[in-house]
Design a protein around this ligand. Structure first.
Ligand SMILES: [Zn+2]
Ligand SMILES: [Zn+2]
Length: 246
């Protein structure tokens, strides 16, 4: 049923006002290099790639620790909230990637511009690797992103706290922060040079392949939208299984 709903949705999107066609072909290396240089030239003087990587991780890990410390006398049915929340976060990741990062959506157009015409033009399936740590900026979400995710989900956290249970609210904070940090680390791992020991890990290698398929310009608007675990793609029928365009 989901797959059918998704196909109908795909048709609606394709027949609508999608303006991504110019980016749905692999650009020649010279053009990708020019784009890379242009984007990197816009890096502000105060930018530090290590702060960009470290701050969201520290923020996320601190909130996970704080939330777990608040757990008290957890009932068996409260534990069930954990897989449920993680599954919902995964489908949410699918939705945000597909409908906000790949389609201009007010008021978050900036996310589209950073993703579809930049991240996807610079990194293509057979050229996924960052060339230096300065390129963390081309892969990671802005450092304030994790703070924005925490703040915008506060109404939901509060609703769980007051109407469900304190433990479920604490699980939600720990899961959403853990999910965001995992997204960042995994996405960065997929864009490491292939010889890097992290990239050579079997599990990372499999996940990296799923993401590399999404980095095929001809496929990016329709397939493999999960960046972490491809559960949402499986559920919604968007796992690409066909031959890869050369
Ligand atoms: Zn990517
Ligand atoms: Zn994408």
């Amino acid at each position: 049923m989901w797959a059918r709903a998704d196909r109908a949705y795909n048709r609606a999107v394709v027949s609508g006002k999608v303006d991504t066609k110019p980016w749905e072909v692999t650009q020649p290396l010279s053009r990708r290099d020019r784009m890379r240089a242009e984007v990197l030239a816009r890096t502000p003087w105060w930018y530090s790639e290590w702060v960009h990587l470290g701050f969201p991780s520290l923020f996320g890990l601190s909130f996970i620790a704080g939330a777990l410390l608040m757990l008290h006398d957890v009932r068996w049915y409260e534990w069930l909230a954990v897989p449920t929340i993680l599954a919902l976060l995964n489908v949410n990741e699918w939705h945000i990637h597909r409908n906000i990062l790949h389609r201009r959506s007010w008021p978050l157009e900036v996310l589209f511009w950073r993703h579809t015409p930049e991240h996807h033009v610079i990194f293509v399936r057979d050229d996924m690797a960052m060339r230096s740590t300065r390129e963390f900026r081309l892969v990671l979400i802005p450092a304030y992103g994790i703070v924005a995710i925490f703040v915008t989900s506060l109404p939901l956290t509060a609703a769980l706290w007051f109407f469900v249970s304190h433990n479920v609210a604490a699980f939600f904070v720990a899961c959403s922060m853990g999910y965001t940090v995992s997204y960042e680390w995994l996405h960065l791992a997929y864009h490491l040079p292939a010889a890097n020991p992290i990239a050579r890990n079997r599990v990372i290698g499999w996940l990296r392949h799923q993401h590399a398929v999404h980095h095929t310009p001809e496929l990016m608007q329709r397939w493999n939208f999960n960046v972490t675990v491809p559960f949402g793609d499986w559920l919604l029928g968007t796992t690409y299984r066909g031959p890869l365009p050369s």
